[in-house]
Design a protein around this ligand. Structure first.
Ligand SMILES: Nc1nc2c(ncn2[C@@H]2O[C@H](COP(=O)(O)OP(=O)(O)OP(=O)(O)O)[C@@H](O)[C@H]2O)c(=O)[nH]1
Ligand SMILES: [Mg+2]
Ligand SMILES: [Zn+2]
Ligand SMILES: [Zn+2]
Length: 409
């Protein structure tokens, strides 16, 4: 038996003994002819909905009893040209998969959310913070380098977006609506225990959330995910909108109401497997607004602040220790805001979530920028002008804790 692989492109399972290889020979022979010509690839074309070519696709030569063991990726010789290739591809859709995923298998955590909820900016700041502080919990994060072209590599997309936020100090713009999204694929590994997982993020324009084709796809991909991070937009709360208005703060983004996201989520729940069996982190984005306007909002935010009144980030950044109590405290505070008819007035949602998921759901308050973009869509950052994301890692760290195997007991 090989290792069971879940393809992050087509969400089909396959045994890693069924893996295929695409020839990597781009060279020319002495006559200048391509030695291993590209041709139309039907599976790849079907997946992406337009004609795409690839080099020769072949199955590795496996020994007689190799089906009994997991396949170990190694350079494989192309039957056409003999070139040794290590570009491993899914046998169903022929998309290129990371080598370690083929070797060790992959569990998938997905990130979802409605239009303008802050998904794209969240994932970028999450990667930035994990790169910077993940080591405190012995976690490493690696944006993957696979895709049809360099521009599709997660590493490339991340670097571009990181520059926009942290160097140019602007939010990453709205995601374009496209028919075929390209997943962001990140490998997360515990250096201590060796356990690894892939974080897969379909950066769909939130609009696709409502389209029935997308709902079907989303349903399939949630079903196959080990855990889910669901982004809810704090700016959709009426009371918060009123407070911003009375402070003359423009907010031009049309926020997605909790209702819409949660209804979509319940619609995704098709088939026999229950979504509430897996850990769900419900992430309140743009939480800087709650902290900055807590007096007008009537929220007690003391648990989110240091004694000097500055925002208190995830404790483990300082201590190197996972502090579940801090996560519980934040969860309870947010639940109490939701339950209070005078504050967030969202008790039906907190009730539904808690009664459905129980211990498998937690609320989080995060801010990708630590501040509100100003009227010129510029990020002022902290007193020194540095962009300081707030608690963006907590949902991921909690989810990893729930999945298990990432932290030594
Ligand atoms: N105050 C505040 N605003 C934020 C934060 N993150 C995002 N925003 C605002 O929300 C807008 C939408 O954020 P995006 O990350 O583009 O949201 P999205 O969910 O990817 O949106 P679509 O791609 O349109 O589906 C941004 O342009 C910002 O103005 C935050 O941490 N704080
Ligand atoms: Mg987006
Ligand atoms: Zn596939
Ligand atoms: Zn070849």
């Amino acid at each position: 038996m090989g290792k069971r692989i879940l393809c992050p492109y087509c969400y089909q399972h396959f045994d890693n003994n069924e893996i295929e290889v695409e020839c990597e020979n781009n060279g020319l022979n002495s006559h200048g002819d391509l030695v291993c010509e590209k041709r139309l690839n039907e599976k790849l074309s079907n997946h992406w909905g337009n004609d795409l070519e690839s080099h020769r696709v072949f199955k590795p030569k496996l020994g007689l009893f190799s089906f009994l063991f997991p396949y170990k990726p190694k350079p494989e010789s192309c039957p056409t040209c003999g070139y040794l290739s290590q570009r491993f591809i899914c046998p169903n859709c022929n998309n290129w998969l990371p080598k370690e995923m083929v070797e060790k298998g992959a569990e998938i955590i997905s990130v979802i959310g409605g239009p303008a909820s802050g998904k794209t900016n969240y994932i970028v700041t999450l990667i930035q913070q994990m790169k910077k502080y993940g080591n405190k919990l012995s976690l490493s994060i690696i944006p993957q380098q696979v895709g049809r072209k360099k521009e599709e590599f997660t590493s490339y997309k991340y670097e571009k977006a990181r520059e926009i936020i942290f160097d140019m100090k602007m939010p990453v713009p709205k995601t374009a609506v496209t028919k075929h999204e390209i997943p962001w694929i990140l490998r997360l590994e515990s250096v201590e225990t060796g356990k690894a997982v892939y974080l897969v993020f379909y950066d769909t324009a939130g609009e696709n959330f409502k389209d029935s084709d997308s709902i079907r796809k989303n349903a399939q991909y949630l079903r196959e995910s080990k855990a889910v991070i669901c982004v809810l937009d704090t700016l959709s709360i009426k009371r918060i909108q009123k407070v911003l208005e009375s402070n003359d703060i423009d907010n031009n983004d049309v926020a997605t109401p909790f209702d819409e996201t949660l209804t979509a989520l319940f619609n995704f729940q098709t088939g026999d497997k229950n979504l509430s069996d897996k850990p769900f982190a419900f992430v309140m984005s743009k939480f800087d607004v709650v902290i900055d306007h807590h007096e007008d909002l009537g929220c007690d935010v003391s648990m989110f602040l240091n004694e000097d009144g500055s925002p208190r980030n995830s404790d483990f950044i300082k201590t190197g220790q996972l502090n579940l109590a801090q996560i519980e405290q934040a969860h309870k505070a947010i639940k109490s805001y939701m339950d209070d008819a005078e504050i967030w007035d969202a008790s039906e949602h907190s009730f539904n979530i808690v009664s459905k998921w129980g211990d498998n759901a937690r609320f989080f308050g995060v801010s990708s920028f630590g501040c509100m973009p100003d009227e010129n869509a510029t990020l002022q950052g902290d007193v020194e002008g540095v962009i300081q994301p707030y608690r963006v890692m907590d949902p991921l760290v909690w989810v990893l804790y729930k999945v298990g195997g990432f932290f030594k007991k």
